[in-house]
Ligand binder design. Structure first.
Ligand SMILES: Nc1nc2c(ncn2[C@@H]2O[C@H](COP(=O)(O)OP(=O)(O)OP(=O)(O)O)[C@@H](O)[C@H]2O)c(=O)[nH]1
Ligand SMILES: O=C(O)[C@H](O)COP(=O)(O)O
Length: 233
């Protein structure tokens, strides 16, 4: 029987995360947001895809403990060297532990939806190849690689195109799947505005996960002018 892909969640230390939201949240609140995003991601996989093994890659012992409490295995980095390095490290680990594929998902997706994630995983056939879901900004919000190290990881700006190009260079197929919710990660102030617009537009019909995230962001939002809290850093 085909072994299920390993789900890999890379998580940067909370106090170093979400820096692009620095204009909206001061450091401690950014860390709170990063923690909550991470917790809901771990909870999602533990609850809705329990038959898949989960690996958290992190340099933080706090995150390592959190991951273990959610049933994940942990690959501890000495230092955070960026997302591509974390993905590469995970790929080595996956292969060493007998996985024929890995699915990397960042810990900042606004709304993880079981049907979407399962539809992506259903594309996996066991043959060499790549399946990816692009982010709205051209990044990569899900990257399934078979074998785990099928391509060199190229996270960063416009990484979806870079990953497609990498697959083409390796001569392996790359399938792109456009998933409405999975495309949306919370990176920038514009993403916060998008979240706000979705909630305003859908009102009571807003998916519960998005509504909860919106409430959290609203509670963390500092109404004091940015310049005021910046001078206290
Ligand atoms: N293990 C590990 N995870 C990382 C690293 N860099 C980013 N990540 C994770 O990769 C995912 C996407 O992160 P980004 O959006 O690039 O970074 P971020 O910290 O969330 O936000 P910015 O500071 O604004 O870039 C998140 O789950 C991060 O925690 C790293 O060096 N090591
Ligand atoms: O593709 C990427 O590099 C990752 O998704 C992170 O990028 P983003 O968080 O900036 O979209």
């Amino acid at each position: 029987m085909l072994k299920k892909p390993l789900i890999v969640i890379p998580v940067k230390g909370f106090n170093k995360a979400k820096t692009r939201l620095g204009g909206r949240f001061p450091p401690l609140r950014r860390a709170t947001l990063a923690r909550r995003l991470c917790e809901r991601t771990l909870r999602f996989f533990h609850r809705y895809l329990p038959e898949y093994d989960l690996l958290v890659v992190t340099s933080s012992s706090v995150i390592a403990d959190l991951a273990k409490r959610h049933g994940a295995q942990v690959l501890q980095e000495a230092v955070a060297e960026g997302l591509s390095a974390a993905a590469e490290r995970a790929a080595k680990w996956s292969q060493m532990h007998g996985y024929e594929a890995q699915l990397l998902i960042p810990a900042d997706i606004a709304h993880l939806d079981e049907t979407e994630v399962r539809s992506l995983l259903a594309i996996y056939s066991g043959s060499p190849g790549v399946v990816l879901c692009p982010a709205d900004d051209g990044g990569t919000n899900a990257l399934l690689t078979s074998p785990p190290d099928a391509i060199p990881f190229r996270f960063g700006k416009r990484s979806a195109s870079a990953h497609k190009e990498a697959a083409s260079q390796q001569g392996i197929p790359c399938q792109t799947i456009e998933l409405t919710h999975l495309r949306f990660d919370l990176d920038t102030p514009e993403d916060l505005d998008t979240l706000d617009s979705i909630v305003q537009q859908h009102g009571g019909d807003t998916p519960r996960e998005l509504k909860r995230l919106w409430k959290l962001c609203s509670a963390l939002h500092v109404t004091t002018p940015r310049s005021a809290w910046m001078t206290t850093q």
